[in-house]
Design a protein around this ligand. Structure first.
Ligand code: ATP
Ligand code: MG
Length: 539
């Protein structure tokens, strides 16, 4: 809770304003009824503290002020809440950027989506309907206890007890009763989101192996489970309301009896009416008990992402360098979960050479390229570019020097042109076309209905594997960096397309340094030196 409140700091002024307006507003509401009490006493001739005329004017003013303040308080709270949500979203996305790619590689994407959408959304409840109500209730209680206590100190004590039971004891007990329901519920709904996303991605496999029924059944089971948890949470809310209303009734009766006993008839009306009409702010807290666990669960999940430390930090503020060769020097590398992938591994990549890397599947070829990209951190040794450790090179500088074509080209749900332009935002149409010709994909694009403006379906699944691969290469050609890291760039291509690409690579060689991972003999034909990765070592 402290961590969540900490975020409000920049908006403290608005928060104080919201609390003051809420306090005065609630006092107005309570005193409208109390003035009614004075009016009754006045008519019965038991009190002439206030004339009837004054009472009516005061009620009219209080009613108007109450309406206005209610609106202003809510506007203020929601301003704070939505401002903070925007701020939190911004923070979350920066955090995700810092964590990418290493920390996100193994993360459950559906759960992540549920955190950045519904969990953040839920925090609105905390910022708009939790912090200021707590402060308002505390201040309001002080004023009312003093007012009621001015009739008799015992009555003040009863009022204090009543507010404490409804506003503190009941919410705490409710929150204890709901226990970890909230956290479990958030976790389960994240798991369901993941399962649905996973099923959509794996539709071909599900159809092929007849897993449809099975998946639907599991999805139903998860939904039922979720519904059960929700029912349990709602039940707790129900008990909470019943107990709250009963407690209010009991305290009202106690106040009536006690004040009649202590103050006589004239002294009974006002304290009893005051107590009856003043439970609003504490009742707002009573209801919080049930939702608070859920909100904190969401808050925890959001804050956990914000506080997770990345594998590699973004580097800025170093002097820019230009590319003049790269090397891996006696590196040891293992992923957080497992065995040594590369041990005492060294490779020299002189400028303007094409270096081939071969090796069994799973031997660590792609991993090596990722280390040159500084996606991960080596445990020992160093990865160097232009004789400088990659940890000493500005990240944006590094990215500008490198073109990385991964084994699986990801295409975004956008036009082909936009998909290519991510490699160079200000690329001209000519440059794009040139790059596509080098990647042997220009002719294919031209025969599409809208050419370069043809939209690509989600995950690029409206394109063939080879077409996607060639678009990936076109991006690399467009990026035009001096250091090219190509991971199996021709694995999905026929020999004709492969030949065009190899020719392009050969022509591009001047001023380019290429690391080429491939299983294909024909592709390896163009390399100057080839290395083989075996058991984490080079030969
Ligand atoms: P292929 O020829 O099949 O592409 P590769 O040589 O490129 O294989 P890598 O992708 O480098 O192999 O993987 C090397 C080993 O590291 C594999 O055993 C793989 O399971 C493991 N690995 C890869 N990525 C991760 C990761 N993010 N976390 C844990 N282990 C990983
Ligand atoms: Mg690989």
């Amino acid at each position: 809770m402290a961590r969540l409140v900490g975020l409000v700091k920049p908006l403290t002024g608005y928060m104080i304003l919201a609390i003051l307006m809420g306090l005065v507003g609630h006092l107005c509401a309570a005193f409208i009824t109390i003035f009614g009490g004075f009016a009754v006493l006045n008519l019965l001739g038991l009190s002439d503290v206030l004339s009837l005329q004054m009472i009516f004017i005061a009620v009219a003013i209080f009613a108007f002020v109450r309406g206005f303040l209610r609106y202003a308080e809510q506007a203020c709270n929601h301003f704070i809440a939505f401002k903070l949500l925007a701020l939190l979203r911004d923070k979350i996305f920066s955090a995700l950027r810092r964590l990418t790619p290493a920390k996100l590689e193994g993360k459950d994407k559906g759960n992540l989506i549920s955190i950045i959408t519904s969990d953040i959304e839920l925090l609105e409840v905390f910022y708009a309907h939790t912090i200021s109500p707590i402060c308002i209730a505390a201040l309001f209680t002080v004023v009312m206890v003093v007012f009621i206590g001015s009739y008799h100190w015992i009555l003040g004590l009863v009022a204090l007890l009543a507010y404490a039971v409804v506003g503190i004891v009941i919410p705490l007990v409710t929150s204890k009763m709901s226990g970890s329901n909230g956290l479990r519920f958030r976790g389960k709904s994240g798991a369901l989101a993941s399962f649905v996303l996973d099923s959509l991605r794996g539709l071909p496999e599900i159809l092929q192996y007849g897993q449809g029924e099975n998946r639907v059944e599991r999805m139903n089971q998860m939904t039922d489970d979720l519904a059960e948890d929700e029912a349990r949470m709602k039940r707790v809310t129900g008990y909470n309301m019943a107990v709250t209303n009963t407690a209010i009734l009991v305290f009202n009766i106690a106040m009536l009896v006690l004040s009649a006993h202590l103050c006589g008839f004239a002294g009974t009306v006002i304290p009893t009416i005051a107590l009856m009409s003043s439970f609003g702010p504490v009742v707002a807290l009573a209801a919080l008990g049930a939702t608070l666990q859920n909100t904190f669960a969401a808050g925890n999940r959001v804050l956990d992402i914000l506080e997770e430390t990345p594998v590699v930090e973004e580097i800025t503020g170093k002097a820019p360098i230009t590319f003049s060769g790269a090397r891996a020097k006696n590196i040891n590398f293992s992923y957080p979960n497992g065995e040594q992938i590369l041990s005492d591994f060294s490779v020299e990549i002189p400028q303007n050479q094409v270096i081939g890397i071969v090796g069994k599947s799973g031997s660590g070829k792609s991993t090596l390229l990722k280390l040159f990209m500084r996606f991960w951190q080596v445990q020992d040794g160093s990865i160097e570019i232009s004789d400088k450790n990659v940890d000493e090179i500005n990240t944006s500088n590094l990215r500008d020097m490198q073109s990385f074509v991964t084994q699986e080209t990801h295409l975004f749900q956008d036009s082909i042109r936009s998909n290519l332009k991510i490699a160079k935002l200000d690329a001209t149409d000519e440059e794009i076309m040139e790059a596509c010709k080098k990647a042997s994909v220009h002719d294919f694009i031209m025969q599409l209905p809208n050419g370069y403006d043809t939209p690509v379906g989600e995950l690029g699944d409206t394109l063939s594997g080879g077409e996607r691969q060639r678009l990936g290469l076109a991006r690399a050609f467009l990026h035009d960096a001096p250091f090219m890291l190509l991971d199996e760039p021709t694995s999905n291509l026929d020999s004709l397309n492969e030949a065009v690409i190899l020719k392009s690579l050969h022509k591009e060689r001047t001023g380019k340094t290429v690391v080429l991972v491939s299983h294909r003999k024909s592709t390896m034909g163009i390399v100057d030196v080839s290395y083989s990765v075996e058991h984490g070592r080079m030969s």
